[in-house]
Design a protein around this ligand. Structure first.
Ligand code: PLP
Length: 433
């Protein structure tokens, strides 16, 4: 169990990649910096498995950071994408496939009347923030500490020390003026929320939240705080903005809005909606969406928006997700997996538990239960790092950061989940005992 896998091809590719890309990667978390390692270069995926360039095989729980809810190389997605590809890759003109994906979503979704497809989650958030400001005629935006909304300027903000602070950017290159309008609040803190709205409420265009915060641990809010947020937004005429880039089509077809039974005013989607190809989207009720160009004055456009190959992948994936019982089955398998590991950890007296919702899980090494705020997470990730290395060496691939969550796909059958749980239990023995 203490063996190390061969990594020589990945190492060579990484050395080369470092001469091409900053940090050797095209998105920072891939660089394995949080686990003090070097990335594996992935060659192929099929079902729940991925293989790296050295021929090592893994059970994959990263799932491309969430989009692959049907696993890798799903036959329905493959067929639909190839069919679309045979007709060409892009036209810059409308295609029937855009209507088909919109119909699939809107006919089932009671929260939005219209949708606009873009090419990433970041782009969806950026566009929807502009829409919220354009619709309300207000500038300020409330965001919550620990929620990630992509890398748009106004959202790269961390909280200061006070209950309510004007944002200070956590990235170089963002002018102070861009984040001056972003107010950062702690999650699950009703008093801070009310006091912020009392002070600024009628200047606030929207409050944006990951209703299931899953980018900084898994900070489950429960319905109560979200309901309070809904009512406070309504009281001040601010829009409630659910960023469902992770939770959309993940915890239910209609995301966290349906899961908690709360109606937001604006929603963004990404990840699963594109079946593994680059798609994001934002939607709202008719009155709000009528502000978007060319119907209204809020400008937003995209050369590759609604790309036919990406639409085809999304249609194939969401068609499977819309089948009766899909989400119940996802949750059932995930629960069994999580309980298997959690029961073991408890018996052994380890300060560890999986936090879970739907088919998402997070490695919580802190022993603190019911963590709902970013500042409650133990910043010491040493145990996670050791576990991560152990899992890689024993055929289980998880995202290379202790703040990231894992995803269960429809192809993770009960047998394979049992097998993965056994490896994780051995890993816990290795790092906790
Ligand atoms: N919003 C949320 C909640 C996300 O989790 C992410 C990405 O992880 C984004 C926005 C940004 O999406 P993308 O990486 O597609 O730009």
């Amino acid at each position: 169990m203490s063996h190390s896998i061969s990594r020589s091809n990945s190492e060579k590719l990484f050395q080369k990649a470092k001469t091409y890309f900053p940090g050797g990667v095209n998105s920072p978390v891939r660089a394995f910096k949080s686990v003090d390692g070097n990335p594996l270069f992935i060659k192929r995926g099929d079902g729940y498995k991925i293989w790296d360039e050295d021929g090592n095989e893994f059970i994959d729980f990263c799932a491309s950071w969430g989009p692959l809810i049907l696993g890798h190389n799903h036959p329905a997605i493959y067929r639909k994408v190839v069919e679309a590809l045979q007709n060409g890759t892009s036209f810059g003109a409308p295609t029937a496939l855009e209507n088909e994906l919109a119909e699939l979503i809107l006919s089932r979704n009671p929260f939005i009347d219209k949708i606009r497809f873009v090419s990433s989650g970041t782009e969806a958030v950026m566009s929807a923030l502009r829409l919220a400001r354009g619709y309300t005629g207000r500038n300020k935006v409330v965001k919550f500490e620990g929620c990630y909304h992509g890398h748009t300027d106004a959202m790269l903000v961390k909280a200061g020390s006070g209950l309510v602070t004007f944002g200070e950017s956590s990235s170089a290159g963002v002018p102070a003026a861009f984040v001056n309008e972003t107010l950062v609040l702690p999650l699950n803190d009703e008093a801070a929320l009310r006091s912020c709205f009392q002070q600024h409420g009628f200047d606030i265009a929207c409050a944006i939240i990951e209703p299931i915060p899953a980018n900084n641990g898994l900070l489950l809010q429960g319905g109560e705080f979200l309901k309070t947020l809904r009512s406070v937004c309504s009281e001040y005429g601010a829009l409630l903005f659910f960023d469902e880039v992770i939770s959309g089509f993940r915890v239910s077809f209609n995301g966290a809005a349906a899961y908690y039974g709360i109606t937001p005013d604006i929603i963004t989607y990404g990840k699963i909606i594109g079946g593994g190809l680059p798609v994001g989207a934002y939607g709202a009720r008719e009155e709000i969406m009528s502000c978007v160009s060319p119907d209204g004055p809020v400008y937003q456009a995209g050369t590759l928006s609604g790309n036919p190959v990406a639409m085809a992948a999304g249609i194939a994936q969401l068609t499977v997700c819309a089948e009766e019982g899909f989400y119940q089955d996802q949750e059932k398998r995930t629960k069994a997996f999580v309980e298997n590991v959690n029961t073991y950890a408890k018996e052994k007296g380890y300060d560890f538990e999986f936090v879970t919702i739907g088919s998402i899980f997070w490695f919580n090494f802190d022993g603190k239960k019911n963590i709902t705020r970013a500042d409650q997470i133990n910043p010491d990730m040493s145990k996670f790092k050791q576990l991560h290395a152990f899992l890689l060496n024993n055929g289980v691939y998880i995202g290379p950061s202790g703040y990231e969550v894992g995803f269960i796909s429809s192809v993770h059958n009960p047998e394979i989940l049992k097998k993965a749980a056994e490896v994780i239990k051995q890993g816990l023995d290795h790092v906790m005992a």
